[in-house]
Write a protein that binds this ligand. Structure first.
Ligand SMILES: Nc1ncnc2c1ncn2[C@@H]1O[C@H](COP(=O)(O)OP(=O)(O)OP(=O)(O)O)[C@@H](O)[C@H]1O
Ligand SMILES: [Mg+2]
Length: 229
């Protein structure tokens, strides 16, 4: 199993926000965490990255416990993280942003430019001059350039125009076809369903429903019901 979270609890000061969260991400699959505002999707990703401490429970990555590691170590052992606030170096060009992130592995710059033709065209442009959608593409591309075995993406479509959301959907579908393991947090149910092998619904800090992407695409109503609780 690539990632296994077992009974993870997390809090911000006195506020308990994750309650015994347990789930797995199999190698080569895309797992989507869905749920409304404030249910704990981002906190789950931050806890995996070590940015929020797991107060109890365990997180294993490829069999190795990571719940007590520092964030930079977690990144170094192969987990990429694209946070909600797409961080790119705005003074650097697209190409320089990728160059500084690059680590050996299958995601070479050539392959990234093949999957992200819009970035290839603009490779000399300063990242600060890009649109929100282009910055999101670059944030994902930067993370891929580190060659993570697991890629965490938080709300990649938030605030983007429909045409950009469509391009991101194709991109994430391509990642999945190419065997990139991903954990996606999204309020955007349509986006999550278009790409997911497994869907987990969160409610008030707990995983309350699990289904396969296939079943959810065939009939969305059980999922929609759980989301509305
Ligand atoms: N830094 C923080 N300090 C205190 N409470 C926080 C902090 N960040 C998040 N919370 C609270 O923790 C809970 C879970 O928040 P989280 O951001 O994980 O939810 P989310 O599912 O990602 O929501 P959204 O869909 O809005 O992104 C919410 O009640 C939120 O208000
Ligand atoms: Mg969030």
């Amino acid at each position: 199993m690539m990632l296994r979270c077992e009974n993870v609890n997390a809090r911000y000061g006195p506020a308990h926000v994750l309650f015994d969260v347990s789930f797995e991400v199999p190698e080569g699959s895309l797992v989507a965490l869905v749920g409304r505002n404030g249910v704990g999707k981002s906190t789950t990703l931050k806890t995996i990255m070590g940015l929020v401490p797991a107060r109890s429970g365990t997180i294993h990555f490829e069999g190795r416990p990571i719940h007590r590691l520092e964030p930079f170590r977690i990144a170094r052992i192969g987990i990429g993280y694209v946070p909600e606030e797409r961080r790119v170096f705005s003074d650097l060009s697209i190409d320089e942003n990728l160059e500084v992130a690059e680590r050996p592995g299958p995601w070479s710059r050539q392959r990234i430019y093949r999957e992200f033709p819009a970035l290839a065209e603009l490779r000399a442009r300063r990242a600060g001059l890009l649109s929100g959608g282009q910055q999101q593409m670059l944030a994902i591309a930067r993370s891929l350039a580190t060659n993570p075995r697991l890629l965490l993406m938080d709300e990649p479509t938030e605030g983007l125009a429909p045409v950009i959301v469509g391009a991101l959907r194709s991109l994430v579908q391509a990642l999945r076809r190419e065997g990139q393991t991903c954990l996606l947090a999204a309020q955007d149910l349509h986006f999550a369903l278009a790409t997911a092998d497994q869907v987990l619904v969160m409610n008030k800090g707990q995983v309350t429903y699990r289904t396969s992407g296939e079943a959810a695409r065939a009939d969305m109503s059980p999922l929609a019901e759980r989301l509305a609780v």
